[in-house]
Design a protein around this ligand. Structure first.
Ligand code: TEU
Length: 570
């Protein structure tokens, strides 16, 4: 396809704001819309095209806003609708789009829909959620009496008993997050109407939370099956019954038709899809099918643990290459990739895949960024990633805030695991690593708040902060600026064909991107030892350097530790 005909988001870079941790403006220790408005210069300076804003709707905050009790308003914790309008206008004035989080697999248990559904088995909204009696012959409330054996993503069973009716409701995530029943057409109509109202307000698209879980594989008689047992737990794996379920494509096409028809071109639609395969992603992102523009897949963030994220192990580079390589090839002719290391659910990439020791932190952060941004797809930068922010030095359980981490700790310790081992895994993998406040400057609360931050600021902010990096051309921040500008300027970066080189090599990550006779060669040393490349990649030696992450020219035939080079081949 000629570059001028490609969708705008092929050239775009998205920046994710997790509002609670971005910038506080009223001193309550929690970030807010006023804070984002104050930091627009940072985003403009970076050059991003889109801001994706994690949920700011009214919410009891059981899962930091992913439990929504009103889809139509803004939580006073974060500000007001007037401020959101101000933010939309301010971003648009600067040529930046705003994408909102759409969380419609579940609501909060305080949403009026659920309160009404819960009020009585005869409620007209009873069927808006998944209500089921206990397992036949078992007392309601007894462990094992749950309608299915499914394990919740946040520990414990996916079913919560409602004492009043003696029935259980389904929640794939926390018990405060009951799943909506998408089989019911009234639910779907209500969601679509809500989405249209946000688009009419000026938002430019949606990041759709766990959207591949909305279709459950329910029998004609309403039955849901047990899943295969999970090792060491009294639960089973329910995912076969709700990941990419039987009606998922139908629902997304219906949504497209009902909400996006006629205005799709200017929007960004990205579906978050744990467990999605390349083959399924091709279907979801085929423009002809009109479902979503791209998906967030999870394969590459599942390579450094055994089955459960709480059993981490080192990443093997060849596994990462095999995975990224397959996704690049699988969506080469149809569909599109999204590219990310970090988001609010993942530990910090520099600590996880790079080396956050003082010696290599800057170099590995910029190397990983180069590697990611030079793939074919739309890159997502998560707040603080552009500063090289690292995992937090959590000590005890009281340092953690996240419902997932805390639930896991309680469950694992109750099942006899050693608390120190559990904490060690949490230090590596907890979502709270991503949620410490953005490090703006070296002052005591990192410029994030004048009050007490809701989660501790990482003490390394004294050295690692935006102010220190702003004027420094060698900073992680400056490197991100250059990567984003390169995608804007060079159609080869946006659209060029991808071809993986040296797939078996564990220290070198190399590939080419080619378009209309122009070729970029990307070579990255993903480790702490220098790597000779003269024999493996002779074409790299003497080629023009478009962008590199280390100062000086170095030896053209030797990559320094964590060095990344983008070269133009003659
Ligand atoms: O996450 C969905 C999801 O399955 C994972 O990323 C999840 O965080 C998992 O537990 C990681 O181990 C989305 C949101 O991004 C997340 O913040 C929410 O907690 C979740 O949905 C529920 O809305």
């Amino acid at each position: 396809m000629p570059p001028e005909q490609a969708a705008w988001w092929t050239r775009a870079v998205v920046y994710q704001v997790y509002p609670r941790s971005f910038q506080d403006s009223d001193g309550d220790g929690i970030g807010d819309l006023g804070g984002i408005l104050r930091r627009l210069d940072h985003l403009v300076d970076l050059g991003v095209d889109v801001v994706w804003l994690s949920p700011v709707y009214p919410s009891p905050q059981a899962d930091n806003g992913y439990d929504i009790s009103d889809y139509e308003d803004i939580d006073p914790l974060f500000g007001s609708l007037a401020q959101l309008d101000e933010l939309i206008a301010a971003l648009h004035e600067r040529g930046v789009k705003l994408v909102m989080d759409l969380v419609v697999n579940h609501t909060s248990d305080r949403h009026p829909w659920f309160l009404e559904s819960r009020s009585s088995p005869d409620s007209p909204k009873r069927d808006w959620y998944w209500w089921r009696p206990p397992r036949p012959g078992l007392e309601p409330g007894r462990p094992g009496a749950e309608p299915t054996n499914w394990h919740s993503f946040f520990s414990g069973p996916t079913w919560e008993l409602d004492e009043a009716s003696g029935e259980y409701y389904l929640h794939l995530f926390a018990r405060e997050q009951p799943d909506l029943n998408w089989e019911n057409p009234e639910v779907r109509r209500a969601v679509y109407a809500m989405m249209r109202r946000w688009l009419d307000r000026g938002v430019d698209g949606f990041r759709m939370d766990v959207i591949n879980m909305i279709s459950k594989d329910v029998g004609a008689d309403g039955s849901l099956p047990d899943g295969p047992p999970l090792p060491g737990l009294p639960y089973g794996d329910g995912t076969p019954s709700f990941l990419c379920g039987p009606r998922i494509h139908e629902f997304l096409q219906e949504m497209h038709h009902e909400v996006f028809d006629g205005r799709r071109e200017s929007l960004l639609l990205v579906g978050e899809m744990p467990g999605v395969t390349v083959e399924q992603a091709r279907l979801f992102t085929d423009p002809a099918r009109a479902e979503v523009d791209m998906v967030f897949q999870f394969e590459h963030v599942g390579l450094d643990f055994d089955g459960s994220k709480w059993r981490p192990r080192p990443l093997r580079m060849r596994d990462l290459k095999a995975s990224f390589g397959r996704w690049q090839a699988g969506l080469a002719d149809v569909g599109w990739n999204s590219l990310y290391w970090d988001n609010h659910d993942q530990p910090r990439a520099v600590s996880r895949f790079g080396d956050d020791s003082p010696r290599f932190r800057r170099d590995s952060a910029t190397c990983l960024a180069t590697l990611l941004h030079l793939h074919r797809g739309t890159p997502y930068v998560y707040q603080g990633e552009e500063l090289g922010m690292a995992n937090a030095p959590f000590t005890g359980i009281d340092d953690f805030r996240d419902v997932e981490s805390r639930g896991h700790f309680a469950q694992a310790v109750a099942h006899g695991e050693d608390p120190d081992d559990v904490l060690a895994a949490m230090r590596r993998m907890s979502r709270d690593n991503a949620r410490t406040p953005v490090q703006w400057d070296a002052s005591p609360s990192a410029g994030f708040t004048t009050g007490t931050p809701w989660i501790a600021v990482n003490p390394d902010h004294a050295e690692w902060n935006a102010e220190a990096q702003r004027g420094d051309p060698a900073s992680v921040l400056a490197h991100h600026r250059r990567l984003i500008a390169l995608r804007h300027d060079d159609p080869v970066v946006a659209l060029g064909d991808f071809s993986m080189l040296l797939p078996e090599h564990d220290e070198l990550y190399a590939f080419t991107r080619s378009l209309d006779g122009a070729t970029l060669l990307v070579v990255c040393n993903v480790g702490g030892a220098a790597q000779p490349i003269g024999e493996l990649l002779p074409q790299a030696v003497g080629a023009e350097l478009v962008l590199g992450n280390l100062p000086g020219d170095g030896d053209p035939a030797l990559l320094r530790p964590w060095e990344a080079r983008v070269l133009r081949l003659p």
